[in-house]
Design a protein around this ligand. Structure first.
Ligand code: DC
Length: 224
């Protein structure tokens, strides 16, 4: 079963997708983490992604895999655990530009489809219901007010020892939303058949419950 959860930055996708995956016993895939991991490599190894040859070298030289360590879904690039590094502000401010490159998207989408098809998954991102799995069994699109989203990001940053003002974060989120939704290649857009959920009005448990209830209701009806 493929459950697609899309939405803008900090709309609650990860927490919700993890919860749904836990309750339904289906693997979880964070596609944003993949674009962040590539961005981390681009920044640390100083790849010029506008140069087709360097882009090719980058994509041929990286191997991305996920591994669950102490209940945490960790991402590895070439066997290095980059799970914390990809959450830095530097990566966050550059990831929209990196993820807009068609060759990078093609490579990531191929890997996402391969991982998703192996055992099914709850997969979160920006283009899952539209491009990666347009025939997903279930599609959800999470939204929330930008202030609510900035407050969530503030808490995330505190966990990795970074501080920023709420205004700064609101500006960053709006900028990223604009870049992600206005790019030419598979922009952030709600699939026509996705169910929209405003997570600003719900607790985490309520968000998870709404999705799980919807899925189980449909499955029960199919069984009758
Ligand atoms: O969900 P996130 O904030 O970790 O995602 C980081 C960036 O990756 C986001 O700004 C856009 C990009 N992304 C994407 O283009 N397509 C996806 N399926 C997931 C993320």
């Amino acid at each position: 079963m493929i459950i697609a959860i899309d939405g803008p930055a900090a709309s609650g996708k990860s927490t919700t997708a993890k919860g749904v995956s836990h309750i339904l016993g289906i693997p979880y895939l964070d596609t944003g983490a993949m674009y962040r991991a590539i961005t981390h490599i681009v920044l640390t190894k100083k790849f010029n992604i506008d140069d087709p040859l360097e882009l090719k070298t980058l994509l041929n030289g990286i191997q991305i895999r996920f591994e669950i360590i102490k209940d945490e879904n960790c991402i590895f690039i070439n066997n290095k655990n980059v799970s914390s590094l990809i959450r830095s502000s530097d990566v966050t401010s550059n990831v929209s530009a990196v993820s807009a490159i068609p060759e990078i998207r093609e490579s990531m989408v191929g890997l996402q489809r391969k991982i998703g098809r192996e055992n099914g998954c709850v997969i979160e991102g920006r283009d899952i219901g539209t491009v990666v799995f347009p025939n997903a069994d279930f599609k959800f699109f999470l939204v929330a007010d930008v202030k609510v989203r900035a407050e969530r990001r503030l808490l995330d940053l505190e966990k990795i020892g970074e501080t920023k003002s709420l205004n700064e974060l609101m500006n960053e989120i709006e900028k990223r939303d604009l870049l992600d939704s206005s790019r030419d290649h598979s922009p952030l857009i709600k699939a026509k058949d996705a169910i929209e959920i405003n997570t600003g009005l719900l607790t985490i448990n309520e968000q998870i419950e709404q999705i799980v209830k919807h899925i189980t209701n449909i499955q029960n009806n199919k069984g009758n």
